[in-house]
Design a protein around this ligand. Structure first.
Ligand SMILES: Cc1cc2nc3c(=O)[nH]c(=O)nc-3n(C[C@H](O)[C@H](O)[C@H](O)COP(=O)(O)O)c2cc1C
Length: 339
């Protein structure tokens, strides 16, 4: 099935920059869209709700100005992420603002709701829902999502545990619509690999934390540059749901990453309450602010640079990988059938 034009026609690379709690705001989103990939942010990063109105107005205005000045390299569309969980008491107001600004793409996570999809469809917007298993994927499509984001093992934030090969294979067995793959993608070569597996788009998160435009403290950016996959710990202690975090940030909070206790599921908290966490350690430390989320793909991040520079590197790597693999594809296609 062809990709909807919003995800096809204005992209320099088949990439959605994923929403990052606290980290992604208008500066990063605008830079990502100008560089030709879908930029996104969680609506909850704009506080209070009135700030969301201001952010959306600014993004719309700056991208329109860019498009007027750069007709040959227009900006990519942007996306807003909605946490569709019962603890999110802003959902209705935030959806109203997405409708007001006709946000081209809405990414829903932690719950699929028909009325949210209907509201976005009312103006022709597209909804992609993020899932960690095939059964969640089926539920999301039943409830009216247009596309899916397969969140595989190794992703930053609330990652799944399934291999990307397994997850994409199962979803692609029945779903022909827009499909993005998430989890440790941080290079041009990995973007092409996601497409080879059957995804339409790569969904890239943690690598953007080290960019100039990201709303993250210098120590967090440096830790992304200096760390690798073995520094990433999978734990449910901090929000009640399993996610990936940087071990050195856990140590700074006074906890031993090797002996983290399990969380109490009744205290589920996605960082929106601002409360401390868990037992032991520094009780004033907060998840996301002090305990830093991160996926396993950060070995590819070797410098702090602007989002535009990083995306240009992704594009170079993607083109190199395409060129390298093209002769192999030609050889495979020339082989006679053997039966
Ligand atoms: C610091 C951080 C914050 C995140 N916040 C959100 C969020 O608010 N909403 C959401 O849907 N996903 C969130 N995610 C998950 C990402 O959107 C995405 O699935 C993930 O970053 C992709 O894997 P990667 O980081 O290995 O590229 C977050 C991830 C990180 C690392």
């Amino acid at each position: 099935m062809p990709l909807p034009s919003v995800l096809r026609d204005r992209l320099r690379l088949p990439v959605i920059a994923s929403p990052l709690f606290i980290v992604s705001g208008p500066d990063l989103v605008i830079a990502q869209c100008k560089a030709g990939i879908v930029g996104s942010f969680p609506s909850l990063n704009a506080r209070p709700v009135s700030q969301l109105d201001e952010w959306l107005a600014r993004i719309e205005e700056e991208l329109a100005a860019w498009d007027r000045d750069h007709p040959d390299t227009p900006s990519a569309p942007f996306a807003v992420n909605q946490i569709v969980h019962k603890t999110n008491n802003r959902l209705e107001q935030d959806i109203e603002l997405c409708v007001k600004y006709k946000v081209p793409l809405v990414i829903t996570s932690l719950g699929a709701r028909t009325e949210v999809n209907d509201a976005i469809h009312s103006y022709g917007g597209l909804v992609m829902h993020d899932v960690i298993t095939d059964s969640f994927a089926r539920k999301a499509i039943e409830k009216g999502a247009d596309g899916l984001i397969a969140v595989a093992a190794g992703a930053g934030g609330h990652a799944g545990t399934l291999s990307p090969f397994a997850l994409i294979q199962e979803i692609r067995a029945w779903f022909e619509g827009p499909l993005a793959l998430s989890g440790s993608i941080a290079s041009g070569r990995a973007i092409l690999a996601a497409q080879a597996m059957g995804a339409d788009l790569a969904y890239v998160g943690s690598a953007f934390i080290a960019t100039v435009e990201a709303n993250a403290v210098d120590a967090y950016k440096d830790m992304i540059v200096e760390s690798s996959a073995s520094d990433v710990i999978y734990s449910n202690l901090f929000t009640g749901v399993h996610g990936n975090y940087l071990a050195p940030s856990i140590i700074h909070a006074g906890l031993d990453p090797k002996t983290l206790p399990q969380s109490d599921p009744s205290k589920m908290d996605f960082g929106t309450s601002g409360s401390g966490f868990g037992s032991g350690g520094n009780q004033s430390a907060k998840v996301w602010r002090d305990i830093w989320g991160c996926g396993q793909g950060i070995g590819a991040v070797t410098a702090r640079e602007s989002a535009g520079q990083f995306i240009a590197r992704l594009a170079d790597g993607y083109c190199e990988a395409c060129a390298e693999l093209a002769p192999m594809a030609e050889t495979a296609l020339r082989q006679p059938a053997r039966s």
